[in-house]
Design a protein around this ligand. Structure first.
Ligand SMILES: [Zn+2]
Length: 252
């Protein structure tokens, strides 16, 4: 069932507003998407790489796969229309919906068929809250060769931290999707061999692990991975326990 969206709220909505919204937009029955989520479905575009692997699905999704983008383009939603994911959460907490539930996107290898995907804007470290450049993927400027073999400069992917606003919006999205049938939560690392630090320890502990412990979501179990992916590292699941628990700030 499709229920029309409610009144859209402007860019950069405060997370306090998000937290106060009801998760079904007040329409009841769990059928509607909340107006705290910005609808950009008419603007979303597939990359040439994603096009051949995107299709409609008949079974409704039951899992949410967490991703880090590995870059940040600021807090303007239009900058993320070509990022392949159902949802995006920007550094200021803005939560965007880009695709219908019945669109299967090529976002997470073997986990695609039954899942929604959410991408968090930022290049996040492989150690919780680290500011050591060695803990980030290509954070500094570098040179590379393009397809024509020309030498190009890249400014680097930078060094970001998960913000409290992103955590709040991520948890909000979980609660919202539970109302639409969500029972499982995964990290991209579990779905394929390419992304070893995706979503990384901060996103997993503060959002994924929160969903497991506080909402009873299933992550497949300690050894679970498909399509050449790796199980969630134990340290992603537990690092914050000694640092104050699930409400610990991202930067230790
Ligand atoms: Zn990913």
């Amino acid at each position: 069932m499709r229920v029309p969206w409610g009144v859209l709220i402007p860019v950069g909505v405060g997370v306090g507003v998000l937290a106060a919204m009801s998760t079904d937009g007040g329409m009841g029955g769990g059928g509607g998407y909340t107006s705290a989520i910005q609808d950009r479905r008419t603007f979303a575009k597939l990359t040439d790489k994603a096009k051949p692997h995107t299709r409609k699905r008949t079974d409704p999704p039951y899992g949410l796969v967490l991703h880090q983008m590995g870059f940040d383009r600021g807090n303007k939603p239009s900058k993320y229309d070509k990022v392949t994911a159902h949802f995006k959460i920007l550094q200021d907490g803005t939560l965007i919906r880009s695709w219908d539930d019945d669109v299967r996107l090529p976002a997470a290898g073997g986990l695609n068929s039954g899942s929604w995907s959410v991408e968090f804007a930022g290049n996040f470290p492989s150690q919780p809250g680290s500011t050591d450049p060695k803990r980030f993927y290509r954070p500094l400027p570098f040179e590379y060769r393009n397809k024509k073999g020309e030498l190009k400069k890249h400014k680097g992917f930078g060094m970001d931290q998960l913000t409290d606003a992103q955590v709040q919006s991520g948890r909000f999205l979980i609660d919202h999707l539970i109302g639409r049938g969500l029972t499982h939560i995964f990290g991209h690392v579990q779905g394929g061999p390419q992304r070893q630090n995706d979503p990384g320890p901060d996103i997993w502990y503060r959002i994924g692990e929160w969903g497991v412990r506080e909402r009873g979501l299933d992550f497949g179990g300690p050894g679970f991975a498909v399509s050449g992916g790796k199980p969630l590292p134990d340290k992603w699941r537990t690092w914050g326990d000694s640092a104050g628990g699930l409400d610990v700030p991202a930067v230790a």
